[in-house]
Design a protein around this ligand. Sequence first.
Ligand code: PSU
Ligand code: MN
Length: 302
Amino acid sequence: MTIPMTFAPDVATAKDAGTPIVALESTIITHGMPYPQNVETARLVEADVRENGAVPATIAVLNGTLHIGLTDEELDTLGQAQNVAKLSRADIAACIATGGTGATTVAATMIAAHLAGIKVFATGGIGGVHKGAETTFDISADLNELAQTPVTVVAAGAKAILDLDKTYEVLETLGVPVIAYGQDTLPAFWSATSPLPAPLRMDNASDIAAAHNMRVAMGLPGGQLIANPIPSDAQIPAETLAPIIAQALSEADDQGISAKGVTPFLLGRIFELTDGASLTANIALVRNNARLAAQIAGSLAD
Ligand code: PSU
Ligand code: MN
């Protein structure tokens, strides 16, 4: 059985020429940001990748076909679509097999990128262990994916709505390298730093590429998480966000939000409660991650 998979023209050309490619996800577009900022951001992020010498490949499932790179029109349609499925490892194959349309999370984008031969992927923040997971068992499939699919993921750490201590404990258990870029502490999504020491630190893209290649050479399955801090002039202090995150979490609990709905609900409420400041910071951090990912893809192509 073959996988219905199509490459955007510029991605196909880049693949043939050995030009560096950076995968981008689509759940951040459909479930992570409101329209029209979601589409505007996706375009800015693609331009950031290009300015840093790589070709962007935004990934999504459209009418049963896995798209590696979207046209401007496809991006715009996806960005305005209502009730798009949020696809992870559990449901991406079913969506393709039944001719459905869905946006790919970090986990599903890693699977698709690997199938397409793309080694580097940029996003905002990965999913992880939710606060209260000891009773809800809500742990993102992104963590298991990092443990088994060999793609280097550049993110501003795990999203600060999560239990960051538990998230990094699970990543350690799973054997996922967590590499802070240019600092000794882990970033916390909207904030550049956190009290958590970084398990590993690297200061340039070529070291990150070398570590990726060494894992492959050693036959170690799984990827790497590059925790890239938001630029300090764009960050929101953790103290400012703490009461807002707490309020959003308590509302989610009161309203019985669960499963795939949790992260989009929390991001949406935090956007409202910060009068849009969380979105401005989210845009800055994802663009910063795209730039670093392009540099890593460049080093891997050398
Ligand atoms: N980064 C962002 N915003 C997002 C996401 C990442 O800046 O909305 C998405 C990614 O697709 C990630 C998902 O995989 O959030 C996590 O969802 P969950 O917690 O349900 O696993
Ligand atoms: Mn979840």
